[in-house]
Design a protein. Structure first.
Length: 261
């Protein structure tokens, strides 16, 4: 892992080839953060770039997010893209088939009630209900972060079927045993991702599981931002830099395809 003194290089444009399996986190990577998670939207030109990349990679591109797949579809409007939602709790394969990890509905209902009670008692804390997981956000009031850091583990300890996943000003309670690394591994074991070299872009602590899997599979991991330590092998400073890099990747792939013809 990288140390506190960061020396990661930027990813080269030729990191993505026609034989790549490309995995993209949403918030903080493709999308700039917003105080209201429902208020984000793709910047101009992004959807065209991602559509072109998805086509050039034969459908071997997937969004991998803490958001539910329904939320990703609302933002991106691309129900044909492969996607993993809620850290892999739900997954849509390249052929459009969907699967969901079973969750104890009664335990989730009790957890959801407590999380909403906590948010009601802490002005400025927001609940994000993702159907099979639930999260407490304090991006609008970061001064609440220390308080949530104390409270969240105690809540998680009461629910053995769930585990705590900290993020950037968010504390998410998700079913135990699922993470983005598990989701990426499942994609890589099925078409059209199987046999390809994986590349993963992500910004958060939740993406480290995926970085580790991608590195083990001989691929490359790109951290967005400056968070350390990290398993990442490359870095980009911001979502804007991600957009510029993906535009360059798009140009390189489409030029290569034109020359091949």
């Amino acid at each position: 892992m990288t140390a506190a003194r960061d020396t990661l290089p930027p990813p080269p444009v030729d990191l993505v080839t026609p034989d790549t399996a490309l995995f993209l986190d949403a918030d903080g990577t493709l999308l700039a953060f917003a105080d209201d998670p429902e208020a984000v939207f793709p910047p101009p030109g992004m959807l065209d770039t991602l559509d072109t990349l998805n086509q050039a990679l034969g459908g071997a591109m997937a969004l991998v997010s803490g958001r539910a797949i329904a939320g990703l579809d609302r933002i991106f409007g691309r129900t044909a893209w492969a996607a993993a939602g809620q850290h892999g709790l739900e997954r849509r394969d390249g052929d459009g088939r969907t699967s969901t990890v079973p969750v104890d509905a009664d335990e989730l209902a009790r957890l959801r009630e407590i999380v909403h009670d906590i948010a009601s008692a802490l002005p400025g804390v927001r609940v994000e209900d993702k159907s099979w997981s639930v999260a407490l956000h304090c991006r609008e009031h970061p001064e609440r972060a220390d308080e949530l850091e104390r409270i969240a583990p105690a809540i998680a300890a009461r629910f053995p079927g769930f585990e705590l996943q900290p993020g950037s000003y968010v504390y998410e309670f998700k079913p135990r045993g699922m993470d983005k690394g598990v989701a990426v591994a499942a994609f890589l074991d099925s078409p059209p991702f199987r046999g390809r070299t994986p590349v993963y872009l992500g910004d958060d602590l939740t993406d480290e599981h995926a970085f580790a899997v991608v590195n083990e599979r001989g691929g490359a991991s790109v951290r967005v931002g400056t968070r350390t330590p990290s398993h990442a092998t490359f870095t980009l400073p911001s979502p804007a830099a991600v957009h510029a890099w993906l535009d360059s990747v798009k140009a390189t792939l489409t030029q290569g395809a034109a020359r091949a013809r």
